[in-house]
Design a protein around this ligand. Sequence first.
Ligand code: PLP
Length: 436
Amino acid sequence: MKQDSFVWHPNTQMKEWVSFDQIVKARGMWLTDSHGKKLLDGVASMWCNVWGHSKKELITSIIKQSKKLQHSPMFNLTNEPAEKLAKKLVKLSPGMHRVFYSDNGSTAMEIAFKIALQYWQNRKIKNKTKIVTLENGYHGDTFGAMSVGYVPEFFSKFKKQLFSTIRIPVPNKYRVPNDYTYLEYQNYCLNKIKKLFSKDDSIAAFVMESGAQVAGGVIIYPDGFQRKIKNLCKKYDILFVLDEVATGFGRLGSMVEYTAQSSQPDIVAYGKMLTGGYLTLAATLTTKKVYDSFLGDFYDFKHLFHGHTYTGNPIAAAVANENLLLYEKFKLIKKIQITSKIFEDQISEISRFQHVGDVRHKGMLMGIELVNDKKKKTPFSTKKSFNKLVFEAGRKNGIYLRTLGNIIMLVPPLAISQKELNLLLQRTIKTIKAVT
Ligand SMILES: Cc1ncc(COP(=O)(O)O)c(C=O)c1O
């Protein structure tokens, strides 16, 4: 048989798919495939698109920078767009002092772990080597990221090769264990952390997604939960590391989610929306205290042992600079706060369907959890991948959707208009009807 495609797709059972739609162009919130069919981008092209596609200002910044300098490494050298961006990122991130660039969220988190672990070595506190994290968190697909953000359904095949971390349960309002109220369970989780911290002085860092766990199923933290963990870290001298790759830059309604959560980190990672979703760039930021521990004479070998070919790529940095200017120019965060009310208004409508167990929402993020049985809360299951069923039904309805397990994710481009968001929600409801 003639083979048409040589591409292996991510997280995909290739045997299930005869072919994949080819997207040939995109404008605004709409993707167009090779047959001319238009799909409303319901997942911001993997949660990274901010302004929609083909935004003139972003394209211009890429072209302009491409004509001047396409790539020049950060090894021994620097470049203007990367310098400018670092300054901006430090300015918008209270308490932060330096920026280390990488290409994607997973590597930004790998860097965060390495900085956290080496920090204690540099300070000659050799026993602090353990990482504590929340169950169900997700930090990417590389080995360090899988070790810390261990989602069993994704990563159990690699379990033996992962480094060990200590995982604390996370309060999920929809699935509070029997015998607990939601509040009691929050306290149970926090007490677990407190007990652990008070008896173990070998903990280097506590790592969590900021504001909500996204890939782990849209689990939005209760008020004060993140802040209380931060306070425990402070009390027991443990580095507090936040992952804002998916939740920062307005996704949950604030530019910097840790300020909204009153929980100053020692290290924070950004990715996805940093370039508006146009080029691949991520950043790991640290406080001065952390950065200073890496300073010394060369033969102290205190410097950070990490770097990538495209670290600080000038074209990616240039488009990120333009993206940040647009956030200010169009007052995007204010706009998001207004637009996101549309999600809120639809919760009761979506919840009434027989197989919708729970609808969770914050900012420009919604997770619709489907169940077989509302009372028993058994996850909705199908013979084929649920993702494929939802994708195909969504496509028929003119929307691009992707699921995580039995959860339909709505993660539209942040600047989506109210009209288009309403359309996305109506078509999602139609899609739920079609698949259940
Ligand atoms: C919270 C979080 N951290 C890290 C990552 C990994 O980012 P990337 O896919 O760019 O490697 C993701 C990706 O979805 C994420 O949601």
